[in-house]
Design a protein around this ligand. Structure first.
Ligand SMILES: Nc1nc2c(c(=O)[nH]1)N[C@@H](CN(C=O)c1ccc(C(=O)N[C@@H](CCC(=O)O)C(=O)O)cc1)CN2
Length: 286
């Protein structure tokens, strides 16, 4: 019995008749069987989005060969597509400042194998989590940032991204604003956790803003990083109920768990190739 391999195909293009027919025709012609399929047609943008998880028996063709065949026979110039071996684990670089709850949560999920990814290192503008990194046998890059040293610090970050061939940079409560040029270089491959239910309470001290406003729900938002602070395409949001008895410190404590969930679920969806960009929004296939 030939070994069966799993693959994922994602595709975005202008919506028109025949896209699904051409893609599924390619898969059948190459001995592939679809085991999970999702699509979405955005009426406003006129764009089509799809994700197919498929299997293929045999070792005669690897993902590179399948990609080449798809490019030669089925892909069209307006298509943005990706084809991945399901066990091809994206490489993550995690960035953190002084608050380690999201970093700790991601490291634990990775250590028990519940994150289909490789964490290749941790970058911080503080030395605080060097021991935590060592406990996971991960390289820790302490890159201090001041307004004067930000260009060198960001150049060092990009060096680390290249050295480790990073697929996704995760800002797990990294509290420095990335420059526009860095955001451009990392476009679509950097995710941030903002500690509010955006668009409410963007910017600094969201839990104090929430306390002052007297909200009954607080939340956290995982979004792609863009030059416009807290404005990037939203990937995942989580909320928790609070009430008049909760002071800002208690809101912050409740918020820690909400932030961990929102960021972990966003990272899980990205590494499973379930997130596609749709302008300043996202399509997330669950
Ligand atoms: N280009 C972007 N960079 C970052 C984003 C983003 O959306 N776009 N998100 C932040 C995280 N964040 C809110 O979620 C945030 C972090 C920091 C600040 C801020 O004003 N920082 C000050 C310095 C604060 C300090 O030194 O402690 C600053 O950078 O001047 C606002 C929002 C991560 N980066």
């Amino acid at each position: 019995m030939s070994p069966v391999s799993d693959y994922v195909l994602t595709l975005t293009c202008e919506d028109r008749p025949g896209i699904v027919h051409s893609v599924t025709g390619f898969l059948v012609a190459n001995g592939c069987n679809i085991v999970e399929y999702q699509q979405f047609g955005d009426q406003d943008s006129g764009h089509f989005f799809m994700r197919a998880h498929f299997q293929r028996a045999g070792v005669d063709l690897d993902v590179a060969a399948l990609r080449a065949r798809f490019a030669a026979t089925t892909a069209r110039p307006d298509m943005e597509w990706g084809m991945y071996a399901a066990d091809d684990r994206p490489r993550l670089l995690i960035m953190v400042s002084k608050l380690g709850h999201c970093l700790n949560d991601l490291l634990f999920r990775w250590s028990i194998g519940s994150l289909n990814a490789e964490i290749v290192g941790i970058v911080s503008n503080h030395p605080d989590f060097a021991d935590l990194a060592a406990s996971y046998k991960l390289p820790y890059y302490h890159v201090p940032v001041t307004p004067e040293t930000k260009p060198e610090a960001e150049a060092r970050l990009l060096q680390i991204v290249d050295e480790h061939q990073v697929d996704l940079v995760v800002l797990a409560r990294y509290m420095q604003v990335l420059s526009s040029s860095l955001c451009e270089t990392l476009a679509g491959r950097a995710v941030n956790i903002h500690h509010s239910f955006l668009p409410s309470f963007a910017g600094a001290r969201p839990y104090h803003q929430a306390y002052t406003r007297g909200v009954k729900l607080i939340g956290a938002t995982a979004h792609f990083v863009t030059a416009d602070l807290d404005e990037g395409p939203i990937i995942e949001q989580e909320v928790a109920r609070v009430d008049h008895t909760n002071n800002p410190a208690e809101l912050t404590a409740i918020g820690r768990d909400v932030e961990c969930l929102a960021l972990a679920h966003a990272v899980e969806a990205i590494v499973e190739r379930r997130v596609l960009l749709n302008g300043n929004r996202t399509v997330v296939f669950r």
